[in-house]
Design a protein around this ligand. Structure first.
Ligand SMILES: Cc1ncc(C[n+]2csc(CCOP(=O)(O)OP(=O)(O)O)c2C)c(N)n1
Ligand code: SF4
Ligand SMILES: [Mg+2]
Length: 310
């Protein structure tokens, strides 16, 4: 088996390139603990399709990491038999950024809830998007805080009655897609957990994008916001409107306008552009710095630094 050398900001890593003599993992080999979600929770679909994605793309255990914050949705990494972390509430993205920048041999996936990503983690969302750090972020948006049993979230609609808004929410909800585009995300998509083929298609497209890929996946909390997405589910009388074929996904203004359509809006890729990633920029800085000191011993580099300080 030949070796492939990668440029890493912190180390030079060696990985085994994919070969045909190694089989793709099966779902059985990817499943960890039995999910502790309520029966019927939309998050089950996202997990099942993640297994499918890993199987289909032949990702072996050591090739990907799943990172999350805190929330029902953020329990995700517990249920995947591979490397991952159920990190601090709202802090999945800085943790995932560290992995993405230091381990170019890894595919980094982050999973969040609407509270995790847009309340406490709102600042990290903005900065990870603007830096265009290579990773896929799936936000399982149920428009409520599920784990803590029904508080208003940043995506809860006006009028939503919760433990924090007993008379109904009065604050304007944020629009995750608009937020992502405005922040500088280079891949922005919407999907819904009741449409598995669509979820998988969005995950595959996000994975193939070189940059920060964001997917808003409407994922119903049957316990604390039942029926929230009925208007997008045809078997419940709703309509699943895909992004119009004529929409130019590279047109930021058009994407922003489309994202403003009344709920349930449009599903699919709304925005996708190619821009240099932070990963590529940092790798270049490091390689230039290394080139400057090529052939020198550590003590010679240090000596030069001390001489400059004299
Ligand atoms: C620093 C901190 N603040 C608050 C909490 C309590 N808390 C845990 S999960 C959560 C919100 C979860 O909502 P969301 O991210 O939408 O996930 P869901 O449970 O709906 O999937 C909150 C407020 C916490 N764990 N840590
Ligand atoms: S409380 Fe809601 S979000 Fe949490 S597991 Fe149950 S259905 Fe899912
Ligand atoms: Mg939530």
């Amino acid at each position: 088996m030949s070796e492939q050398t990668l440029v890493s900001p912190t180390a030079t890593l060696t990985i085994d390139p994919p070969t045909d003599d190694r089989k793709a993992l099966t779902k059985k080999e990817l499943v960890a603990d039995h999910p502790t979600w309520c029966p019927g929770c939309g998050d089950f679909t996202v997990l099942a399709l993640y297994y499918k994605l890993l199987e289909r793309r032949k990702f072996w255990h050591e090739k990907f990491v799943s990172i999350s914050g805190i929330g029902c949705s953020s329990r995700f990494p517990y249920f995947v038999q591979a490397h991952g972390a159920h990190f601090i509430h709202g802090r999945a993205l800085p943790f995932a950024t560290g992995i993405s920048l230091s381990r170019p041999d890894q595919h980094v996936f982050a999973f969040s809830g609407d509270g995790d990503a847009f309340s406490i983690g709102g600042n990290h969302f903005t900065h990870t998007a603007r830096k265009n750090v290579k990773m896929c972020l799936v936000v399982m948006d149920n428009q409520v805080y599920g784990l803590t049993k029904k508080q208003t979230s940043p995506t809860s609609p006006i009028g939503f009655k919760s433990k924090t808004d007993t008379w109904g929410a009065v604050d304007n909800p944020i629009n995750p897609v608009k937020q992502a585009i405005a922040a500088g995300a280079t891949f922005v998509a919407r999907t819904i957990s009741t449409n598995p083929n669509h979820v998988l298609a969005m995950m595959e497209a996000a994975l193939d994008h070189d940059g920060f890929s964001f997917i808003q996946c409407l994922s119903e909390c049957i316990e604390f916001f039942e029926g929230a997405f009925d208007s997008a589910i045809p078997r419940k009388g709703g309509t699943f409107n895909e992004v119009p074929k004529e929409h130019d996904i590279t047109d930021e203004k058009a994407a922003y306008e489309l994202a403003g359509a009344p709920f349930p809006g449009n599903f699919g890729i709304l925005y996708k552009v190619n821009k240099p990633t932070k990963n590529a920029k940092e790798a270049e800085i490091i390689s230039n710095a290394r080139a400057k000191v090529q052939g020198q011993k550590d003590w010679q580099i240090l000596q030069k630094t001390f001489d400059r300080l004299k």
